[in-house]
Design a protein. Sequence first.
Length: 133
Amino acid sequence: MKGLCHEFGAQQNVKADFKSHNVPNALSPDTSLCLFRVLQEALRNSVKHSGARHFTVELWGTPGEIHLAVSDPGSGFDVKAAKESQGLGLISMEERLKLVKGTFSIESQPKRGTTIHAHVPLNSESDPLRATG
């Protein structure tokens, strides 16, 4: 994830700061890949829609869960309207997380930025054939 943030920042001419703490040593491959793909989509959406040039990515563990948050100080959006419009990016993140029994939330307001937060239980049993795509 740190490498992705660095590479993405260089490709898009933006800054993507990555921070991690209390990350468990052994995450399942399904959970790791799921969070990586969610991060990719969140960064793409942020660059495409927010107008921001600086993003914060944080990965951390709590007892029984792993969390990922991607934040930008950009233009923000109406979350309810975005969910109703059925944008593929948000749907793909949510569906991917469901495969590892994770959840997804968005905090955003017009002109006040956006934070996408994913969390996955560490003891989740996933469908390995569908979670990897």
